[in-house]
Design a protein around this ligand. Sequence first.
Ligand code: 8YV
Length: 318
Amino acid sequence: MKKIVITRNINPDIVDKLRKDFEVSVWEEDQKPMPREKFLEETKDAHAVLSMLSDKVDEEFLSNAPELKVVANLAVGFDNIDLDAARRHEVVITNTPDVLTETTAELAFTLMLVSARKVLAANKELMEGGWSGWSPYHMAGTDVFGKTVGIFGMGSIGAAFARRLAGFRSNILYHNRSESGAADDLGAKLVSFDELLSESDFVLCAAPLTEETKHKFDAEAFGKMKDTAHFINIGRGAHVVEDDLAEAVRTGVIAGAALDVFENEPIGADHQFVGLDNMTLLPHIGSASVATRNNMMNLCVNNIMEVLNGGRPITPVG
Ligand code: 8YV
């Protein structure tokens, strides 16, 4: 029987689809990633792996798993995977595009509104008994409607976010490697990175992490943004130089930041962002609706079954 290793405690009903025809090993500790040694040990004789972002799919792992045919990554991003090494080892890599697009765009939109309207600070004040009465500028934030919104990375999530701006009479700018057809339909304008930074009232990072985009948002970039602007990141933490962002928010170079992703996840209460005013921080929940997570898991399992049964992967990468 072919063996499938699943590195997180995913929906057991979805895992059951595999049990009839395959030997399945599931890492059942909730929230804790499978330790690297266990991952290497468990996958030595595996034919398929359902992996997470925290699993490094690299040369060491691939050369240690000679039977491996497919790695299905439970994410649209695949920056945890060395695609060249996978190609060398003839291992198919799949991801989970499309099924998480709307959910992730929704979270990005939530972050923008929450940051603009100081929702977390206002909620905290009330919960702590600090609401003493009404005053004209008490917790007064900034409007989102009628503003310029810049999207770094107009892929499907960026476009789904832009579609949501339709009701906000926004001026939409984007920066991409190439022109996006979807963006044209949305009236979004392709601009240089500098223009995106200097013109936008809200800058959303929704790009995949590559060598080109790594640490793109540094002190120089934040320095080009308006001091009234908000930065939102649902891409990857490593798009940002975190020391520079902390400094920019602390010193009022920009008005606020709302982040779902961090360079080294998970972050703890001792992270330099925690406690900074005008920082909205979430524990990487972009695609975390129950329905979407189930759709992502099903897509991974279906990719694995297709490849192990001699078919073609549904959503291959690379
Ligand atoms: C994943 C993500 O759910 O899809 C991605 O790239 O970052 C999230 O949607 C998360 O990374 C779990 O692997």
